[in-house]
Design a protein around this ligand. Structure first.
Ligand code: WT7
Length: 655
């Protein structure tokens, strides 16, 4: 059964236990409903109260929401604050010696960093940034492995009002270059390399290569953290070692107070066109979103040991590693390595060793760990766990049930959290002491989040057929604009038909309890292992290869990754003569895409044709290609095709 079919037949319901309800921050459905009602009655007041209670303001705000230039919304605009102050300084008086970070390296070495130490390190590094002339509003690229230093780098940028743009270490030099130039960055913070699965991998060469590609003249500083000790190329004019910059600095640094709408960061993500978009987030609204979602969805308690396994290169690692847990004063685990090294018990061993209470990961990780050792969790003491979470893609009920019974021992609620890079924090997710949960649904919107489902005309649909997922009212943590491209922001997220609602780009339907079931993207975006990939991005990477004339990329269901990438390629020359030649060329093109975008974008499968299925007006019929990729019988009418014979060629799978 496909995921979607099995999800449609899901009927199991799990109520929170009495013990969980009793201790929950939001306890019982009535409390949840009361919060929703409060938001419905006085929307601005609801968020204003939360913002006053939750954030430490340097200067209080007097205006809550400014909609005059919609959809360019402003929240708490005349207030002033600093995110790093909210994450670090605020804990110095109350809990300076509490562990902020328990860092476990790839090789198992554990380092603990207290709030006092982390504050000192962030201040010291912030001073280092200032000594290089980096100042408020400057853009700084962070291209780092998972480390305490990656968090220090992000927090230090926030402390001085610089805008960071973290680029996931798995992206190629080309992708890095694209982001450096689009953001017009002045500095890059990186490492010599990173350890993953017992191997050292270089990072710095990608930075050197990116900077050599041109258009990066604004970059005057490259800060290099020594992690692997591998050899690095050095440019004395711009390169500086992290430790040299750091050690000479004092460990006190007055935070730069910024306006609530000052951009905290830009994070690039894939959209429908070939060019990634720089999602710009605010300071106060974003911080508020991360904090309230930790309280509501993760039911955060000061005694928790929180572990979100996401890399800081993704929004999940921003909101639930670098910012949210620190703002709440939590102790969190940060892990450098991979879940399968030294074996597939690594996550479970770490939960046991660090007594993790709250564990947040992606369905793809769960599925691969089931495959590698479904009984492994039983060998570890997982009794510290009290709450589990998932993010990034729909979770199939089979994986959900395993997570619930084997990892959570039928004791821990699962919060299936639907949100996006653009929303900054959870939007639709269970409040675990309130909602009964069901496998495969992210349940109900957070209080104050006006999510609903509409048809193509933008009208709300109340039956169970489904439609487009939208959020009717602006909310504090939402994207402010696309860096350098306000038109794309407006057109992409607030198309006229939606009457001012935020169009998320997902389709969804609701069941009889009003629970949301996410069905997948409505645009040309794939979700591969919980990562967003634009089909157009992969297509343009393919056609930039001199051998390729044309390419079309579609997704097909994949047991572990959720979706796999299938590319249909037309060569400038003739089709490969035999299977061996096709296989060789496919491998070459896969590696090409790996170099152009990053290994995560490598097509799982490449098929060659003399042409692509097109209508007489020349439009590629993607629907057909999706069916071909899945190996489905073609039942659609192909009479409008210019070249129906081409389908036979494209059915051939290279083995
Ligand atoms: C897209 C956003 C949010 C952090 C990770 C991904 C899909 C996300 C769920 C979920 C079903 C989900 C959606 C969304 N998605 N969470 N719980 N259930 N689908 O962030 O890279 O911005 O991707 O991921 O399709 O639009 P992202």
């Amino acid at each position: 059964m496909s995921n979607i079919q099995s999800v449609l037949h899901e009927t199991r319901v799990f109520n929170p236990t009495d013990d969980f309800v009793k201790q929950a921050n939001v306890s019982g459905m009535a409390s949840y409903r009361a919060m929703c009602d409060a938001a419905a009655k006085d929307y601005a007041g609801f968020w204003a109260n939360l913002a006053r209670e939750t954030i430490l303001w340097h200067k209080p705000f007097t205006r809550t929401l400014d909609e005059s230039k919609a959809p360019f919304y402003k929240w708490f605009e005349d207030g002033e604050l600093n995110v790093s102050y909210n994450c670090l300084d605020r804990h110095l008086a109350t809990q300076p010696e509490k562990n902020a970070i328990i860092f476990e390296a790839d090789d198992g070495k554990v380092t603990k960093v207290s709030y006092r130490e982390l504050h000192g390190r962030v201040c010291q590094f912030a001073n280092g940034l200032k000594s290089r002339g980096i100042k408020k509003g400057d853009r700084v690229i962070v291209y780092m492995p998972m480390s305490v230093e990656a968090v220090v780098a992000m927090q230090a940028c926030a402390r001085i009002g610089a805008i960071h743009s973290v680029v996931f270490g798995g992206f190629s030099s080309k992708s890095l270059h694209e982001r450096i130039t689009d953001a017009q960055a002045v500095a890059v913070i990186t490492a010599d390399g990173q350890f993953r699965g017992g191997k050292a991998m270089a990072l710095k060469p990608a930075v050197d290569e990116a900077l050599s590609l041109g258009g990066c003249k604004a970059v005057h500083t490259v800060i290099v953290y020594r992690r692997t000790g591998g050899e690095v190329q050095w440019d004395d004019n711009t390169n500086v070692w992290w430790h040299d910059l750091f050690n000479s600095q004092p460990s006190a640094c007055e935070p730069e107070w910024v306006g609530a709408e000052h951009p905290l960061f830009i994070l690039y993500t894939s959209g429908s066109t070939g060019k990634p978009k720089g999602v710009q987030h605010s300071t106060a609204g974003y911080l508020l979103g991360t904090m309230v979602s930790l309280q509501w969805v993760f039911d955060y308690k000061p005694s928790d040991i929180f572990w979100c396994t996401a890399d800081v290169g993704w929004i999940t690692g921003h909101s639930y590693v670098a910012y949210g847990p620190l703002a709440m004063g939590a102790t969190q685990v940060i892990f450098e390595g991979v879940p399968t090294y030294p074996d597939a018990g690594r996550f479970w061993k770490m939960i046991q060793d660090h007594k993790v209470t709250t564990f947040y990961t992606a369905p793809t990780a769960i599925r691969s760990l089931i495959k590698l050792g479904g009984d492994l969790p039983k060998q570890y003491d997982l009794s510290s766990l009290r709450l589990l979470g998932t993010v990034g893609e729909p979770i199939n009920p089979e994986a959900w049930m395993w997570y619930y019974t084997v990892v959570g021992q039928s004791r821990c609620p699962i919060v299936d959290t639907w949100w996006q890079t653009e929303t900054g924090c959870h939007m639709i997710a269970p409040l675990p002491g309130a909602m009964p949960i069901k496998p495969g649904t992210c349940t109900l919107p957070l209080p104050g989040i006006m999510a609903t489902i509409v048809n193509e005309a933008g009208d709300e649909v109340h039956d169970q057929h489904g439609g487009f997922l939208v959020i009717k009212k602006p909310f504090p943590s939402q994207i402010r604009t696309i860096w350098g491209d306000p038109e794309r922001y407006k057109k992409g997220y607030f198309p006229e038909e939606m009457h001012g609602a935020y169009l998320a780009g997902d389709s969804a339907h609701r069941d009889e309890d009003g629970y949301f079931w996410i069905m997948g993207r409505i645009d040309d975006v794939l979700n591969v292992s919980g990562h967003r990939l634009g089909t157009m991005e992969i297509e343009s990477a393919l056609v930039s290869n001199p051998l390729v004339a044309e390419a079309a990329v579609v997704g097909k269901p994949h047991e572990i990754k959720g979706e796999a990438v299938v590319a249909f390629v037309v060569l400038k020359g003739s089709r490969p003569a035999d299977a061996a030649a096709a296989k060789k060329l496919a491998e070459e093109l896969r590696n090409w895409v790996g170099k152009e975008i990053g290994p995560i974008a490598k097509p799982d499968e490449i098929r060659f044709g003399e042409n692509l299925p097109k209508t007489r007006s020349g439009k590629i019929m993607r629907r057909l290609l999706r069916a071909v990729a899945k190996g489905e019988e073609i039942t659609q009418d192909v009479s409008t095709l210019e070249n129906p014979a081409i389908l036979e060629q494209l059915k051939e799978v290279i083995k």
